[in-house]
Design a protein around this ligand. Structure first.
Ligand code: PLP
Length: 305
């Protein structure tokens, strides 16, 4: 497998930051180069908080309401306050109005927009902020060229977490240390991305993405993804692809998926809000079919208004 050309996390970013404040409905624009987070903030010291990452194109955030719904679900599970959709929208508008020019991968000027709700300090309590950054070239490259992926065991089946609210099943928490370690492990194996599996090698999700595969046989077009309610993050991108695909006549399936199902698919993608649909070109060093026409179609489902 070819080693990754660049590590997206090492690319310099120019970010705009707005702190949410119910007393100032449009939020407060702050200088991203001055200290903002206290050293005892529990978002920092314990990963105790939740977040959403969205894609803005030409200054407009895609599927804002779906992200706010999931943010609301995450904050409920984590017993954190949720900033209202109106407050978030106005703060995002302010951040985008002051952002550096968006990245250009041929689909408009693109920014990533991240909303974080942290537990904060014991004295000051929870707070929220928004960071807007241009989408980096490495994301556009992955969309164009695809990625090599390895399957990594998740260690336990997250479907078993469902009945235990303290395990925060389905919440998008700040605790991504394991997901980042999985990406580092994937890179040490010469790949760029990881897909987690549960017992019996059932496919779950990518480290920061959902998995979608397509089968196109004898006039039948089927899209399949692992069951979103089984302890994995319910992806807003996968949901939008499936809504549009249903209207376009595709059959839809919700797993279970095993490595052999991915190997025998006509296309496999990692999908998420900013990456859109990135083709998987190798799985555990085995080549997978890549179909640029299908990738364009699925990308069109995500980017449609
Ligand atoms: N699964 C995980 C673990 C993720 O981190 C993400 C996105 O960051 C997704 C799935 C895809 O979610 P979405 O499509 O809403 O961006």
């Amino acid at each position: 497998m070819a080693p990754p050309a660049t590590d997206p996390q090492e690319e310099p970013v120019t970010s705009t930051v707005v702190v949410l404040d119910p007393a100032r409905p449009e939020g407060a624009l702050v200088d991203p180069s001055v200290p903002l987070v206290r050293i005892d903030d529990q978002g920092l010291t314990r990963g105790d908080g939740v977040f959403e990452t969205m894609r803005a194109v030409d200054g407009r955030v895609q599927k804002f309401s779906a992200h706010h719904r999931r943010l609301t679900a995450s904050t409920r599970l984590a017993q954190l306050p949720v900033p209202s959709e109106e407050l978030c929208r106005r703060a995002v508008e302010l951040a985008l109005a002051h952002a550096a020019p968006g990245g250009d991968g041929g689909l408009g000027a693109e920014h990533s927009v991240k909303i974080t709700v942290s537990r904060g300090t014991p004295e000051d309590g929870p707070w929220s902020w928004i960071v807007v950054s241009p989408v980096p070239e490495s994301t556009f490259r992955q969309r164009r060229e695809g990625v090599d992926v390895v399957l990594l065991p998740r260690g336990h089946d997250p479907a078993h977490d469902a009945g235990y609210p303290w395990l925060l099943p389905g919440a998008k928490t700040l605790s991504y240390a394991i997901n980042m370690a999985a990406l580092r492990h994937a890179r040490s194996l010469g790949a760029e991305e990881a897909i987690f599996t549960a017992g019996g090698r059932r496919v779950l999700e990518g480290a920061t993405s959902s998995v979608v595969c397509a089968r196109v046989r004898d006039g039948n077009r089927v899209l399949v993804t692992p069951e979103p309610s089984h302890g994995i993050l319910p992806g807003t991108t996968q949901a939008k692809i499936f809504d549009a695909a249903r209207r376009d006549g595709w059959e839809l399936g919700y797993g279970p998926l095993y490595p052999a199902d991915l190997m025998t698919s006509d296309a496999v993608w990692l999908v998420s809000s900013v990456r859109l649909a990135v083709p998987v070109r190798r799985l555990d060093a085995q080549p997978l079919p890549v179909d640029p026409g299908l990738t364009r179609l699925v990308t069109g489902y995500v980017t449609a208004d």
